[in-house]
Design a protein around this ligand. Structure first.
Ligand code: PTJ
Length: 265
């Protein structure tokens, strides 16, 4: 597997191609499932629509997520293949600043992938990684994929679970079990986005550094202030705001009839 990138810095979409390379290399090293390629492409399409930048409703959700993580008694960050390939270091940092545990939880579960993802996290500085191998002895009801297997020390007893780039079934089941689910999903219409208590509609690559900073910033607040942020957040309203923002943006682009200023380039 080549480590070098073939992307020329002058390419207008160099950053986007570099991110794609992380995902395709992740497939080669078994970290990313084949379906992860499709998930990434779908995310890219929605990212175009929000203008490839963090929006104001996205930032509000990040603040609410940070407050919920700080208020949690037993927060767990769930890591899948795409997450490990794109932002392992940021997950390790978020776990540290929010006192959360890291758990590998896969839709397309194979022992090979579990250990490959554990290695990526450990290489990024993680001391403990739950959910790997025989550790996943507990079962979440109503999930009909390998995602139902969880670590009794992690997701099973968590009160707040951070599950970005997630499929809908598990989010729904975790919510039904009474857990506060926080997600990152560029598609505000996905079942996960709709079911979660807090949906950050943003690219996980932009959202993670902001979330880490927000946890650090909110740490100095009183519990009552954190609870106010938590209680004031309305996920349905925030998702509506994002969808309206998408509509307005498409509308104004359609009026101009262009996305890129090609003639002025
Ligand atoms: O590693 P595994 O086996 O656990 O499998 C992981 C995937 C991602 C393949 C699995 O969870 C899956 O199939 O997920 P879905 O149902 O495709 O949902 C992924 C969601 O994440 C979609 O709504 C995408 O729009 C969104 N998404 C993809 N890339 C990003 C993203 N959202 C934010 N940032 C991204 N970079």
């Amino acid at each position: 597997m080549a480590n070098e990138t073939h992307v020329n810095d002058k390419h207008p979409r160099a950053e986007s191609i570099r991110v794609r390379e992380k995902i395709t290399k992740g497939v080669e090293s078994k970290v990313v499932a084949l379906a992860g390629l499709i998930a990434h492409g779908r995310g890219e399409a929605f990212d175009y629509i929000i203008g490839e930048q963090t929006t104001s409703p996205g930032m509000n959700a990040i603040t609410a997520a940070a407050a919920n993580l700080l208020l949690a008694k037993h927060p767990v960050l769930s890591v899948n293949g795409n997450v490990a390939a794109l932002c392992a270091k940021e997950f390790v940092d978020l776990a540290r600043v929010s006192n959360a545990m890291l758990e590998v939880n896969l839709f397309h579960r194979t022992p090979e992938r579990e250990y490959a993802i554990e290695k990526v996290l450990k290489d990024a500085g993680a001391e403990e990684v739950l959910g790997v191998g025989k550790a996943s002895t507990a079962t979440i009801p109503e999930i009909f994929s390998e995602r139902r297997r969880v670590d009794p020390e992690g997701i099973l007893k968590a009160d707040v679970v951070f599950v970005p780039l997630e499929d809908g079934d598990r989010t729904q089941s975790l919510v039904k079990l009474g857990k506060t689910v926080i997600t990152v999903d560029l598609n505000p219409m996905s079942r996960t986005a709709q079911w979660a208590a807090i949906t950050i509609v943003d690219n996980i690559i932009r959202a993670m550094p902001l979330l880490i900073k927000e946890v650090e910033r909110l740490k100095s607040l009183k519990i009552s202030e954190l609870k106010k942020i938590k209680n004031d957040f309305d996920n349905k309203k925030t998702l509506s705001e994002v969808m309206l923002l998408m509509e307005h943006r498409l509308h104004s682009l359609a009026e101009k009839g262009v996305y890129l200023e090609i003639n002025n380039a």
